[in-house]
Ligand binder design. Structure first.
Ligand code: ADP
Length: 488
């Protein structure tokens, strides 16, 4: 294998800053690629919260001026790894409290276009040789709309590196208006429907889709789905047009962070040979939420952003039916106010069976994975999804819709699979309330048959979701991107 220099750009990376699955991936894939022998640099914006999470003072690398903004590039390492991490520090744009993308009211920061355009320009500048750094990448790999302009800026460079653009969620497209386009000083020729223009506005994401040498998304099924109108969010034609450059590589998970045998955030550690110890986590979780500590009730867990994508409405509509069954449901999440309020309202109605924590809580997320019997993920679409993989490792059977990465990672415990002892969860036949109820009914029945339930848990816990295969798939893709970039 040839060792390549890879600049991996992301707007978040665990454990420095994370809002969702992208953070997990950017916090673990660069390390997996480094272990394969590649020379990695992880590039992140230096948000205030991120800088506060650093345990050591970073080293000043270079200073740049971009669009009149002073930029300092700091060097540190991603905690828990040896991945060299570069931080793009531009205080007027990134030194503010809270969420990387949203203000206190949950609204996008009004200058998000300027913030991420600057980040993308820095990435493109680092890829050239005018910065004084003696490190130029062979590949620049960007993620999601925040990195969508990187391939656009690279396009105008001679002798540019190859570019890869990964889609973690097509629903977020980085759409902005014409005055913003002018403010960013983008070339007039880019304002065209075959380039960045999109129904009277322009899209960062489209830049990535049109100009990257290779496009990936985070599961093979999602790669197919997004070429259709139902899942394409209006980008299906652009994607179908670039189908020869588009592929799906399943996300891996960080098997050190998410391992019930070593997890320090849970109450009692366990493995598939000591599944009884999982019970202590269940009791602790019930106690934490003030629910009756019964073993007979199947404890269902959810950890999720509370947004339409995640099928919260299906769950809300099913509650009166669900609570006739011997089940309890605990939910950790935050997001749309209407869902937060509806859930809090429902708790008043079903205090002995439903408990909800609104917020973001890494430790509680681990405790729910460890303590629940069933993990609920009825997503309307799911590019990859990580929690259904975490929950399998924790012997917490996932119940999922048949979409995207959920379809690629959960083996339905149907009659046949069960007989072969091969199910790892429950896959709904379609996205609907009746299908959700049918699968929940199946799960409850399964839970009442402890022997076969344990078999399913053990099968699920043996699934290999590590980065081993997927990191190699990315390495192979980088070689293809290099070939493609040389042909242009
Ligand atoms: P998405 O990226 O669409 O949010 P994923 O399943 O790919 O969904 O990844 C979600 C990640 O964020 C998981 O690691 C999950 O545990 C975490 N997460 C989501 N909401 C919360 C929360 N409220 N508290 C703690 N972790 C959360």
């Amino acid at each position: 294998m040839v060792s390549r220099r890879i600049l991996y750009c992301s707007s978040e990376a665990y454990p420095l800053i994370k809002t969702g699955g992208l953070g997990d991936v950017a916090g673990s894939l660069p390390r997996a690629l480094q272990q394969l022998g590649h020379d990695m640099r992880l590039l992140l914006p230096a948000y205030r919260d991120l800088l506060q999470n650093l345990s050591q003072r970073p080293r000043r690398l270079i200073e740049l001026t971009i669009d009149h903004y002073p930029v300092t590039l700091w060097q540190t390492t991603l905690p828990g790894s040896r991945v060299v991490t570069w931080l793009v520090d531009c205080p007027p744009l990134f030194d503010r409290p809270g969420n990387p993308y949203l203000d206190d009211d949950g609204e996008p920061w009004p200058d998000n276009a300027q913030r991420f355009a600057l980040f993308d320009q820095v990435a493109a500048r680092l890829a050239g040789d005018q910065t004084g750094l003696d490190w130029q990448p062979d590949i620049v790999h960007g993620n999601d709309w925040q990195c969508g302009l990187i391939p656009v800026y690279l396009e105008s460079q001679t002798d540019r590196p190859a570019s890869v653009f990964s889609l973690h969620n097509l629903a977020y497209q980085g759409l902005f208006d014409r005055p913003t386009f002018d403010e960013l000083g983008l070339l007039e020729s880019l304002w065209h429907f075959t380039r960045l223009e999109y129904h009277g506005r322009f899209s960062f994401l489209k830049g990535g889709l049109i100009y990257a040498d290779r496009i990936t998304t985070v599961s093979p099924t999602y790669a197919r789905e997004i070429q259709t109108p139902v899942f394409g969010h209006g980008m299906e034609d652009v994607l179908a047009h670039r189908a020869d450059r588009l592929s799906g590589i399943l996300n891996g998970i960080d098997t050190r962070t998410w391992n019930p045998g070593t997890d320090r955030l849970i109450v009692k550690r366990y493995n598939r040979r000591h599944l009884l110890d999982k019970q202590a986590n269940k009791r602790a979780l019930q106690a934490h939420f003030g629910l009756p500590q019964t073993g007979e009730s199947m404890l269902i867990g959810m950890v999720t952003r509370l947004v339409e994508q995640k099928g919260i409405d299906l769950v809300l509509d099913s509650l009166p039916w669900l609570f006739n069954l011997p089940v309890q449901l605990v939910i950790l999440g935050s997001g749309d106010k209407r869902y937060e309020q509806a859930l809090q309202q429902a708790v008043k109605q079903y205090p002995r069976q439903l408990a909800v924590t609104i917020g973001y809580d890494e430790q509680l997320a681990h405790r729910i994975e460890a303590g629940a019997d069933l993990f609920l993920m009825p997503s309307r679409f799911e590019p990859c999804g990580l929690n259904q993989m975490y929950s399998q490792r924790y012997g917490t059977l996932p119940l999922v819709t048949p979409v995207g990465g959920l379809a690629d990672t959960v083996i339905d415990a149907s009659g046949e699979a069960l007989q072969r002892g091969e199910g790892s969860g429950f896959v709904m036949r379609e996205i609907s309330v009746p299908a959700l109820q049918e699968s929940l009914q199946r799960a409850v029945r399964g839970y009442q048959t402890p022997l076969s339930w344990r078999q399913l848990q053990q099968f699920a816990m043996q699934q290999d979701f590590s980065w081993k295969h997927s990191a190699s798939a990315y390495a192979a893709l980088y070689e293809q991107a290099l070939q493609d970039s040389r042909m242009v």
